[in-house]
Write a protein that binds this ligand. Structure first.
Ligand code: ARG
Length: 560
């Protein structure tokens, strides 16, 4: 597909001191524009004069250049762009070919419920996984399990005192959670329980078969629940190596730190000082607390295991980027992690990215669905699917395969909503809003897709007809759709490099809105070459919606 933005930039940069990012996509008057206001000072001319002089000087094949009110405006020849879109296929664009991207996401904690707090890491990471893969990267999806710590010793103690194997099999994590809560309560009155717990966690570490056996059982129960959610979201992982895998690899990290004279002792603990006075501070010069590598009792810390994991990933995957999709409250941890690697002289430290996100709260779910004050992600999905089933029953009671459509729509509504705003924004999630078929929602996009398919099915149209007359699609409404399809690849690319799946979800809604305007303005079933061209555009929209929905983890039912 012709990249008009680059074409424009390359032509203008010889005439004006502009950057690629100055070429903006425009909805009004033209297709692209460059505002000339900020150039006025350095060029000592008014924006209007800069724009009109440049409009006379710049010549681009297939693009009309004009000046208006201090803007340089570019209008692409409609027919060539339409032909361009009709000749191209989405998904052929592979800018990350041959590159490997590690994505650490979801990263659940053993024996902890898979609650709503895991929604964002799971869907942002899952979506980035699909987006990078679509753009040609090899992706390693890594579930960095929280499977190390004294809490598992406590759980073994609790299980031996009050637990029951049958109950555990029947109720799984709910039973574990109860044991966990009870242990902490009793620990307050019987501090000796803490020693007992430490004893058991030491046994897990030493490989005692009984202790390890129980721990493995807790792990299996946790993963079973998490994997049930992953199946519903169509998410996969390439690795489930958790923190415990790295415990014996911390030695190697200490060796490297020592060799660079970075390891210091402080009250018996090993630390790396990050706020020394020689300017070796955080990325923006701010001071950071030291990184704690090992406690005085010899136990390694979270960051030490993450350092070992970083080396392991570097050695195993030789990554182009290593992403950590983790909530913003761990920002300091990742700053410290990257800083230590930088101090160690690892050039690849700059390829590591903390993909941060805000908090989620849920509106409209009663407390009765909360267990022990946590809201299980699976329960939220179930509630959404139930509501979706009611809506479908109302709108289209004769629909075939209603329950699988309700699953796709309900789960999709939650995921799409989570991925609709920029990831750093805090979210208050409302089931009713997420399921609004007329709002900027997953169901709206899925419904528009199904509507396209039904138009095509009724017409018996197969995409790829030879004789599409591109001129027919030059009406304002049709061309708006064409434009949105034309730079869809570019949108997906931006989503990847900014780690923002919301770019894709927002573009999907725009395509739907434009398609619905086109559908209302230009009658499709009008016979002749008009009909063929409009059906072809409808087919392209349907394919684009399906492709894009897949990138944000949604299914695209053929009928709704
Ligand atoms: N298990 C951690 C948590 O739930 C997240 C782990 C993120 N990944 C990492 N490599 N530190 O808070």
């Amino acid at each position: 597909m012709t990249d008009y933005r680059s074409k424009i930039f390359n032509a203008v940069k010889d005439v004006l001191p502009v950057e690629y990012a100055d070429v903006a996509v425009s909805d009004a008057f033209c297709d692209y524009c460059i505002p000339c206001f900020k150039l006025a000072k350095s060029l000592r001319k008014s924006p209007a004069i800069i724009a009109s002089e440049a409009a006379n000087a710049v010549k681009i094949d297939g693009v009309e250049v004009t000046a208006l009110n201090g803007y340089l405006n570019f209008t692409v020849d409609r027919k060539s762009r339409i032909a361009d879109v009709l000749n191209a296929r989405l998904g052929d664009y592979k800018p990350f070919d041959g590159k490997t991207v590690c994505i650490d996401y979801s990263s659940v904690n053993i024996a902890k419920p898979f609650h709503i707090g895991h929604l964002m890491t799971t869907v942002i990471g899952g979506s980035l996984h699909k987006i990078y893969r679509a753009l040609g990267a090899n992706v390693a999806g890594i579930n960095h399990l929280g499977d190390f710590g004294t809490q598992f010793g406590g759980l073994i103690s609790a299980y031996r005192k009050w637990g029951d194997g049958k109950d555990l099999d029947a109720r799984g994590l709910d039973a574990l959670l109860e044991l966990y809560v009870r242990f902490h309560k009793e620990e307050e009155e019987h501090p000796e329980l803490a020693d007992e717990a430490r004893g058991w966690s030491k046994k897990i570490e030493d490989g005692d078969p009984y202790a390890v056996g129980l721990f493995e059982k807790f792990k299996a129960i946790t993963l079973e629940q998490a994997k049930a959610v992953y199946r519903r979201l169509n998410i996969e992982f390439d690795s489930y190596l958790g923190e415990s895998f790295y415990v014996d690899k911390v030695d190697g990290v200490e060796k490297k730190l020592r060799a660079k004279n970075l390891l210091e002792m402080s009250d018996g603990a090993e630390i790396v000082v990050l706020d020394n006075d020689d300017g070796q501070n955080g990325k923006n010069g701010e001071k950071m607390p030291p990184a704690l590598i090992r406690r005085s009792d010899g136990a390694s810390l979270y960051i030490a295991r993450d350092l070992a994991a970083a080396y392991y990933r570097h050695d195993t995957y030789d990554f182009y980027k290593c992403l950590y999709v983790v909530a913003s409250h761990q920002a300091l941890h990742f700053k410290q992690l990257f800083k230590v690697l930088e101090l160690l002289g690892e050039s690849w430290a700059e390829d590591m990215v903390h993909v941060s996100y805000g908090m989620v709260s849920v509106e409209g779910m009663s407390l009765s669905t909360r267990r022990g004050n946590v809201l299980y992600l699976n329960d939220v999905l179930n509630a959404a699917v139930e509501k979706a089933a009611d809506i479908i029953e109302e709108r289209n009671p004769s629909l075939a395969d209603k329950s699988s459509v309700a699953e796709a729509v309900g789960v999709g509504a939650v995921v799409f909503d989570a991925l609709y705003d920029g990831r750093l924004k805090d979210k208050n999630f409302s089931l009713a809003d997420a399921l609004n078929f007329d709002g900027e929602t997953g169901p709206y996009v899925q419904y528009t897709h199904a509507r396209c398919r039904s138009v095509l099915a009724k017409a018996g149209y197969k995409s790829g007809a030879e004789n599409v007359d591109a001129d027919v699609l030059a009406t304002d409404e049709a061309y708006e759709v064409v434009k949105l399809l034309a730079d869809f690849d570019d949108t997906v690319y931006s989503a990847a490099v900014k780690y923002e799946p919301s770019f894709v979800s927002r573009r999907l809604v725009k395509i739907c809105q434009a398609f619905n305007r086109f559908y209302n303005a230009d009658r499709i079933m009008c016979g002749g070459k008009e009909q063929t061209a409009r059906l072809e555009l409808t087919a392209r929209v349907a394919d684009a919606l399906k492709y894009g929905l897949g990138l944000v983890l949604l299914k695209a039912p053929e009928k709704m």
